[in-house]
Design a protein around this ligand. Structure first.
Ligand code: URA
Ligand code: URA
Length: 249
């Protein structure tokens, strides 16, 4: 066996011992399965079961008792990132604060900036139709953006701008705890899920954010430019509708 492999196995065995300590101490999220069996070099199958073991336990969302008013008040007349310089209004998340379904876009455009409401321009009107196509009303869902200020010329927010604004969205998500989040387009998806994968690869497949199902799909502005992509978006939204229908209490 190669030295590096042995080193890796030793490291893994040590880690397992430490995990066993944590489990004995009652630390949540550490699973007991096979912790007592030392790792051997039946590499292929062992390492797959092993990595299964050591995969981080999924982090659950910590429910929050904040209100949107508190969060929006804290955002205030925000100057945390450069996008504040050319905005007219900070555009907050709107809709049903008991929603089972949330839509997350990238950032406000000109209409949203003028009206201080998310998704009210052409892309927003298409989003409203998409929501209605799965049997819901716009008022029944929650609608927000990763960034709350309009980028100059509608450029995509940078990763840094997104990282300044996203914590407020995550706090709203912890308040509402929607069952499904539909994330719209490449930029919103990358920023919400911290992934490098592109929308074309991930769309249509449920992803996870702290136990919440996340469905990436195309941005409605993209559908306006290429209506042939509406069919795929419809497939993605049907999966969301079916999930919600089969988890009704
Ligand atoms: N595009 C977005 O990503 N968000 C909006 O609110 C409007 C257009
Ligand atoms: N690129 C994007 O940014 N969004 C889409 O929805 C599709 C391609």
């Amino acid at each position: 066996m190669k030295a590096a492999t042995q080193e890796l196995l030793d490291l893994l065995n040590d880690t397992k011992k430490q995990l066993e300590h944590l489990r004995v101490l009652g630390v949540e999220g550490v699973r007991a399965v096979t912790l007592n069996e030392p790792v051997t070099s039946h590499t292929a199958e062992v390492s797959s079961s092993l990595f299964g073991d050591l995969a981080p336990a999924p982090v659950a969302l910590t429910p929050s008792t904040e209100t949107f008013e508190q969060i929006h008040c804290e955002i205030g007349d925000c100057t945390r990132c450069p996008l504040h310089q050319e905005r007219t209004h900070v555009v907050h998340t709107e809709g049903n604060r008991k929603a089972r379904l949330m839509f997350v876009g990238e950032a406000p455009g000109a209409d949203e900036d003028a009206q201080a409401r998310p998704f009210v321009g052409r892309a927003g009107q298409l989003l409203t139709k998409i929501i209605e196509a799965i049997g819901l009303k716009r008022e029944e869902v929650l609608i927000g953006n990763v960034n709350r200020c309009r980028p100059p010329g509608n450029r995509a927010p940078t990763a840094e701008e997104a990282s300044m604004c996203k914590p407020f969205l995550l706090r709203e998500i912890a308040v509402v705890q929607p069952e499904v989040i539909v994330v719209l387009g490449n930029t919103a998806m990358k920023n919400l899920l911290d992934t490098r994968e592109g929308i074309t690869r991930l769309r249509g497949r449920f992803q996870d954010y702290k136990g919440i199902k996340v469905m990436p799909t195309f941005h409605p502005a993209y559908l306006l430019r290429d209506p042939s992509k509406k069919r795929e978006t419809w497939e993605d939204l049907k999966k969301v509708r079916d999930y919600l229908d089969s988890h009704k209490q």
